[in-house]
Design a protein around this ligand. Structure first.
Ligand SMILES: Nc1ncnc2c1ncn2[C@@H]1O[C@H](COP(=O)(O)OP(=O)(O)OP(=O)(O)O)[C@@H](O)[C@H]1O
Ligand SMILES: [Mg+2]
Length: 285
């Protein structure tokens, strides 16, 4: 059954860790609609991972602290829902896939969470092969995780959470351990997953130039609040984005400089290719 409306909703939500003397998240009001691809950015310590933990239930189920307001996922209040139930709705991929890959083979690993749910064997087999095909890792089914490259491990971790058929896929800095080529392959894969599954995706990412082209929305956090929120073109060309200490993509920066020097060239580009197009179309405006 598909519910309409926001898949994730923060209602006047604040959180401080036990023993911490300040609110790490401060009165967050946020709705994320089904099918969005959201980039979450902001300087280190601003509360990105804490926001994600509040969606996947690690807060409050594993991290104690002071909480006000509520977070709903698919209409369920995270604080009142068991972690196992949330895990069926929210697939969470950690920064380091080693933290979530621990079985002897890729296929056993992907099956692990489904086995824990006591799902029938044929259903498990079907889902594991579906997820491996989606991530293009079927040829690695019998391989031991320690023999995989970092990019392959990342794919196994994503396949493992997608096998649960969640409504939301969350990736916390998925490219930070990957070389540039593997990182951009991962971004294409994320985009394809989004298109074929119409799944909601939230990604914490510092390399905005990698993801801005596929995102529907960027949230920029600062000191526990959401400072900017909107489509990538809009957010990245705002002056506050630059001040927020995030890595503005070079093309956006160049575009802003050109505008400041009096060249009016349409809407902000998100890739070098788009910038080249803009300059070709209106060189003398
Ligand atoms: N388990 C914890 N206990 C106490 N304080 C914590 C805990 N985890 C994070 N914090 C504090 O909460 C604040 C926000 O941390 P968080 O990890 O959410 O930031 P972040 O935006 O994800 O940073 P980064 O970009 O470095 O990953 C920081 O001041 C951090 O020290
Ligand atoms: Mg973090």
């Amino acid at each position: 059954m598909r519910s309409v409306g926001a898949v994730i909703e923060f209602r006047d939500y604040s959180f401080s860790y036990l023993g911490g003397n300040r609110a790490v998240l401060d009165l967050i009001d946020l709705k994320i609609e089904r099918g969005e691809i959201v980039i979450l950015a902001g300087p280190t310590g601003c509360g990105k991972s804490t926001l994600l933990r509040s969606i996947n239930g690690l807060i409050p189920h594993m991290y104690p602290g002071d909480r006000k307001g509520s977070v709903l996922v698919d209409g369920l209040d995270v604080a009142l829902t068991p972690m196992s139930k949330i895990a069926e709705k929210v697939g969470f991929v950690f920064q380091n896939p080693e933290n979530q890959i621990f079985m002897f083979s890729v296929e056993r690993d992907i099956a692990f969470a489904l086995e824990n749910l006591a799902m029938p064997r044929n259903e498990i087999r079907e889902r594991v092969s579906w997820a491996m095909n989606l991530l293009d890792i079927a040829h690695l089914a019998k391989t031991a995780p320690h023999e995989l490259s970092d990019g392959q491990k990342q794919r196994v971790a994503i396949a493992g959470v997608l096998a649960m058929k969640p409504s939301v896929l969350i990736l916390d800095e998925p490219t930070s351990l990957l070389d540039p080529k593997t990182a951009s392959q991962l971004v294409s894969t994320v985009n394809q997953l989004h298109d074929s599954l119409n799944i909601t995706i939230i990604v914490v990412e510092h390399r905005l130039d990698l993801l801005a082209g596929i995102a529907t929305r960027i949230l920029i956090m600062q000191d526990g609040t959401i400072r900017l929120d909107g489509p990538p073109r809009e957010v990245l060309s705002k002056r506050e984005a630059e001040l927020a200490g995030i890595g503005i993509p070079t093309v956006t920066r160049l575009y802003t400089l050109l505008r400041q020097s009096g060249l009016s060239i349409g809407q902000p580009p998100l890739s070098p290719h788009e910038l080249a197009e803009l300059l070709r179309v209106k060189p003398n405006d």
